[in-house]
Design a protein. Structure first.
Lengths: 279, 71
């Protein structure tokens, strides 16, 4: 007996498997972007990236250290595996440094994508909004596809979009904190107002945080330490992959309204028992 | 003529007059990578296509960078 027709199928596999999105001329099937830092080894990094399903990874830009061994060429390693590379301006405290770092990244890596970070101070690693907006405007003028790491401030997010950024990347919590999404209502607000992809960047600690980001309507999630510093990074990367799919499905499914009080799932009609109706 | 004093990635180097940036990279890195590196002089990026013609000057501050692990 056929129990479901095509039209009433409760779940289409395609919902989970074809969930691609577009940014900066790229079509990405995975909704996760991963950082490449702080992994116990290069092999664990590569295995974790594969397990996460990501197609786009971030790298930093730093002085070349002339070592006798030469060392591994991370860029070549990642490119050989087909990853899109999103260089960052991590560690920049001024718009000037961030713009120069972006120009160096474009020259070295042949990409106009830039994850823009202008940081207020070493202790909080929070974005510095004035320099961030100034750098974003300059980089857009210079032809970059700017992914700004920003506070969960809807007004700043709007200003960054107006400046021509192709996405906005509000933090869930401070970089490396693993605290999860601290102010979901702020993220939801940014999602509601934005016409560019909203990518939660920073603060993810475990898989449920990723699911929450997608349930709030975010387009993608960028994470690093939650995988790199998990006891088993590759397993955590796989969990993040599943959480992204679960969160996207839940968002598409539409959650039930929250209620302050209980509501019985099972009908009262036809029940047995001796207790009378409550007064 | 005396050698030029040039900072490269925060370290003092000495170069003969008329040394071009390609030679600076080759000397400091041992060889010139095919790709993956970029260079700034005194806070301004210099495209690789100019490394052969651009000469360092006394007191220049050169930064040579590449991609590293990052979040």
């Amino acid at each position: 007996m056929e129990t479901t027709s095509k039209s009433s199928a409760p779940f289409k596999a395609a919902d989970a498997e074809d969930d691609s999105w577009n940014v900066a001329g790229l079509t990405l099937r995975s909704r996760l972007l991963l950082g490449t830092s702080r992994y116990p080894s290069t092999q664990v990094l590569l295995d974790a990236l594969a397990a996460s399903g990501t197609e786009c990874v971030t790298v930093g830009i730093r002085r070349v250290r002339p070592t006798a061994s030469g060392g591994e060429d991370l860029y070549a390693l990642l490119r050989a595996r087909g990853y899109h590379i999103l260089p960052n301006t991590a560690g920049c405290f001024t718009a000037r440094d961030a713009v120069l770092t972006a120009e160096l990244a474009r020259e070295a890596l042949g990409t106009s994508l830039i994850k823009l970070e202008v940081i207020a101070d070493e202790d909080t690693l929070l974005p510095e909004p004035v320099g961030l907006l100034q750098a974003a405007r300059e980089l857009v003028q210079l032809g970059f596809s700017v992914f700004p790491y920003t506070n969960d401030d809807p007004d700043l997010a709007r200003a960054l979009e107006d400046a021509g950024c192709i996405a906005v990347m509000p933090l869930g919590a401070p970089i490396g904190s693993g605290l999860g999404i601290q102010r979901p209502e702020r993220i939801e607000r940014i999602v509601g107002q934005s016409h560019v992809p909203v990518i939660v960047d920073a603060g993810v600690g475990t898989a449920s945080d990723v699911a929450v980001a997608f349930e709030l309507g975010c387009t993608a999630v960028l994470l690093n330490t939650a995988v790199a510093r998990a006891r088993r990074p590759v397993a955590m990367a796989a969990a993040m992959n599943l959480a992204a799919r679960a969160g996207r499905l839940a968002f598409g499914a539409g959650r039930m309204p929250r209620r302050p009080e209980a509501q019985a799932s099972t009908s009262r009609e036809g029940r047995i028992g001796t207790a009378g109706e409550p007064a | 003529m005396s050698d030029l004093v040039v900072q490269v990635n925060g370290t003092t180097h000495y170069f003969a007059p008329h040394t071009d940036l390609m030679s600076v990279v080759a000397k400091v890195l041992g060889d010139v990578p095919v790709s993956g590196v970029a260079l700034a002089v005194n806070g301004a990026m210099v495209p690789r296509s100019h490394w052969n013609e651009r000469q360092v000057e006394d007191g220049d501050d050169v930064e040579i960078v590449r991609a590293v692990q990052g979040g």
